[in-house]
Write a protein that binds this ligand. Structure first.
Ligand SMILES: [Zn+2]
Length: 272
């Protein structure tokens, strides 16, 4: 089960009204983007839908951010306001951002899709807003990802590698690589590396250099530099991240042995 940040946790306002949908009426998952900044809060999206649009609540059923965190919108079984003609049949999942979702965001959307199918008791068709209404939502990146079948697992790992490979010290907003560096910082942080006092800010400075070096040394590298992410370094860093996720998820329950499939708390679904 994906850990979903509840409405009370993100400080949701009460809905004006809600109408419930049974699982038998749910026949599709519809992917959206918010088309705003990745820093937009769920609460501000709700405010806009309540006050700006005059809707009864936030339009989406679930939302996902670049860190891979999932948020409860209307939830699994409340009719949404996200796609004309598909608000009863479709579970609307919104990526908070424009057109560069991180692998973590995609992995969580995939995990939510899997959970929706599990709850529905059958594989629900994967759709985008653009598939069901005339709109450019959710952008070309998510559209082709959904067209490809929402690859999780190995596809996500490859994409994660591609996100961080060849990043260098100095990369960030000035070199147009802020989202990539942000993802590198998330990955380093999740395996226990210190990314510095500014946290996940998308800037590859001295703190990130030390964290990259730390992650490499943890993997037994003899090459002691952290000012760029070589192909070899990217592999070690992503491997450390995946292993950490597996440890967090499987813990000691399995005695250290990996099961065939690991549903890693909404981040990745790994299959041996
Ligand atoms: Zn949409």
């Amino acid at each position: 089960m994906v850990r979903i940040i509840s409405r009370s946790e993100w400080g949701a306002r009460a809905p004006r009204d809600r109408s419930y949908v049974s699982w038998s009426q749910r026949t599709e998952v519809v992917v959206h983007h918010s088309a705003g900044p990745t820093t937009q809060t769920v609460r501000s999206i709700q405010d806009f839908h309540l006050d700006g649009r005059g809707w009864s609540d936030i339009g989406y059923n679930l939302l996902v951010d670049d860190d891979g965190a999932a948020y409860e919108g209307r939830g699994w079984t409340v009719a949404g306001a996200h796609a004309v003609g598909h608000n009863t049949s479709g579970i609307g999942i919104c990526y908070i951002g424009q057109n560069s979702p991180t692998p973590a965001a995609k992995a969580t959307i995939r995990a939510l899709y899997d959970e929706a199918s599990e709850r529905a008791g059958r594989a629900l068709p994967k759709r985008t807003h653009g598939d069901v209404n005339s709109t450019s939502c959710p952008g070309s990146n998510l559209q082709s990802w959904v067209d490809d079948g929402m690859p999780g697992g190995v596809g996500v790992i490859e994409e994660a590698m591609n996100m961080i490979i060849n990043l260098r010290k100095g990369d960030g907003s000035e070199t147009g690589k802020r989202e990539h560096v942000k993802f590198l910082q998330i990955v380093l942080k999740e395996q226990g590396q210190d990314v510095g006092e500014y946290g996940v800010d998308g800037e590859y400075g001295g703190d990130v250099e030390s964290a990259v070096l730390g992650a490499r040394q943890a993997e037994g590298s003899e090459q002691d530099f952290g000012d760029w992410v070589s192909g070899w370094a990217a592999k070690q860093i992503i491997r450390g991240w995946v292993e950490q996720i597996v440890r967090d998820t499987v813990g000691s329950a399995s005695g250290g042995a990996l099961p065939d499939t690991v549903d890693v708390s909404g981040k990745l679904r790994l299959t041996k």
